[in-house]
Design a binder for this molecule. Sequence first.
Ligand code: PEP
Ligand code: MG
Length: 325
Amino acid sequence: LHEQLQKLAHLPSETEDGLQFQLAANISSVKELDQVIKNGASGVGLFRTEFLYMDRNSFPLEEEQFAVYKEVAVRMEGKRVVIRTLDIGGDKHLDYLALPEEENPSLGYRAIRISLDRTDLFKTQLRAILRASHYGNIQIMYPMISSLDELRKANEILAEVKRELTAMNMPFNSNLEVGIMIELPAAVMISELLAQEVDFFSIGTNDLVQYVLAVDRMNETVAHLYDPFHPAVLRMLRLTAQNAQRYGKHVSVCGELAGDIRALPIWIALGITELSMSVQSILRVKNSLLQSRQSESSTIWEELSRCPNSSSVVEVLSKYIQADL
Ligand code: PEP
Ligand code: MG
């Protein structure tokens, strides 16, 4: 089975009737790059940089971060590499950053909220990413954006770092694309506004499902309620895709759902053709993609939109899922 799947690595990622997809990889360290390349990923759709900050005693210095980002950019040889700025807090901790004790960490001080507060840390990371952008096709992504103001503040800091690098004659890609994670219901609901000020969206279904359904993604007791196929989630995915498409912006999905072949008909129905997933899922999704048909997309959404609950969503999806391996 493994060998049969491996043969697909060099085939194009497209439906049976020719709709092109990009199947990228989520990574958290350079160690994963061998597998990413071997499995023919179209790029790195999500580099979770927090792992550079974890399991150590102090913040990684600019040079250290630069070396890592540069290595990813170089090894991906011009393929798209989306570097997400620090997404700490919630379920991820740093021993050397004393975060406050919180009753609800996932609703607390985390991700972009920390970056906009600790601009020293944020600027160091942005400088390292920008410098590395000279060596490949790097793009920046902000996590946990909830408002236009947060996006604008982050972009102001980015512009400031760019000015500083220019003044120091440090090369960087001045046209580097900047996008955001869509993983909060608020971001979905204002995606029309956000789409006008970003280059791309990447939908983080892991957190989005948690926040839409008010189900802690780490809590075993309510794990049975954590349901990516809930009709509320489907509607959020659709609204996000429509607003991105309306303003001609890329939209991808980088949560676990992207690597779940059951969800593939949803992406086809919504015209979402960029997916980023754990490297082990890429070939399995490609196998299923190669047997899918774009021509069914409008029928799929018609049926999905009429589903009253998640079990009927799963039932509709099962009719369209093709997988022989
Ligand atoms: C997500 O929330 O879907 C996501 C991709 O990010 P993380 O799992 O790192 O929170
Ligand atoms: Mg997330």
